[in-house]
Design a protein around this ligand. Structure first.
Ligand code: SAM
Length: 236
């Protein structure tokens, strides 16, 4: 695996004990869709410091967050990219969050962009202050319009093995593949490879590795995180 020369400072990911656990009041009563903002800071750091500079020469940066649940992850990606790019470059960024969404409620939640104290507590405070406004009852916050306008939701089943579009500079798929069989994981990652532009990036969670069959088609960007860059040649 070729490691890049650049070595951003990474905060270690929280241990499983430190991870925020779903409360009984979890909106859907389902731990499957549980998530929160800035859940994986090391990957966000690498996206800000490696992915954004590598792709900022392109006219558009399209991002696919596959298995995005109710929005904290695609919004964390949008905030990270906005922080790095500034207002001008960020106008050409689109973040597509997709999920099988068995509740049928994720699209509306993401469109509203309103989240609780519990979901937002890991966001570094200066970033929280820049991108959230108090909303309605105490402990509820709304993302600013610039960020809300960048993220759109698609209902999509990864096990269809067909992407809803291609041309992504970055695909993020975290805490979803572990629910699939090994054969399904190969087909899903193959779909991601096809949906990426040459030189595009794929991010997985810390405990997920690339299927052996597909390793030759990506370079791992940094051994400390599961971030891979698509090699220019086609997938046979
Ligand atoms: C634990 S959440 C992960 C949320 C977010 N990616 C994160 O890491 O914080 C898993 C999500 O995967 C979605 N999911 C499960 N099977 C799926 C499928 N076949 N296609 C698309 N999404 C799926 C679930 O609906 C759920 O929202």
């Amino acid at each position: 695996m070729a490691a890049m020369a650049m070595q951003p400072q990474l905060n270690l990911p929280p241990s499983p004990k430190e991870e925020i656990q779903p409360s009984p009041a979890d909106k859907l009563g389902s731990t499957m869709a549980f998530t929160y903002f800035f859940r994986d800071e090391p990957i966000l750091t690498m996206i800000g410091e490696v992915v954004v500079p590598a792709l900022s020469g392109s006219r558009y940066l399209d991002v696919w967050d596959a298995g995005c649940a109710m929005g904290p992850e695609p919004y964390s990606l949008a905030i990270t990219i906005r922080e790095r790019m500034g207002k001008f470059g960020f106008r050409n960024v689109r973040v597509f969050g997709s999920d099988i969404d068995e509740s049928g409620a994720f699209g509306k939640t993401i469109e509203a962009g309103i989240y609780s104290d519990e979901e937002t507590q890991r966001i570094p405070r200066p970033i929280f202050a820049r991108y959230f406004e108090a909303h309605g009852t105490a402990g509820q916050y709304r993302l600013v319009e610039e960020i809300r306008n960048t993220v759109t939701f698609r209902r999509h089943d990864l096990l269809s093995f067909a992407a809803f579009r291609e041309g992504f500079g970055l695909v993020v798929c975290k805490n979803v593949l572990l629910h699939f069989t090994a054969a399904e994981r190969v087909k899903v990652v193959r779909m991601f490879h096809q949906a990426l532009i040459p030189g595009g990036f794929l991010a997985l969670e810390q405990t997920q590795t690339l299927p052996e069959e597909l390793k030759a088609h990506f370079n791992q960007v940094d051994e400390r995180v599961q971030l891979f860059r698509k090699r220019p040649e086609g997938l046979r």
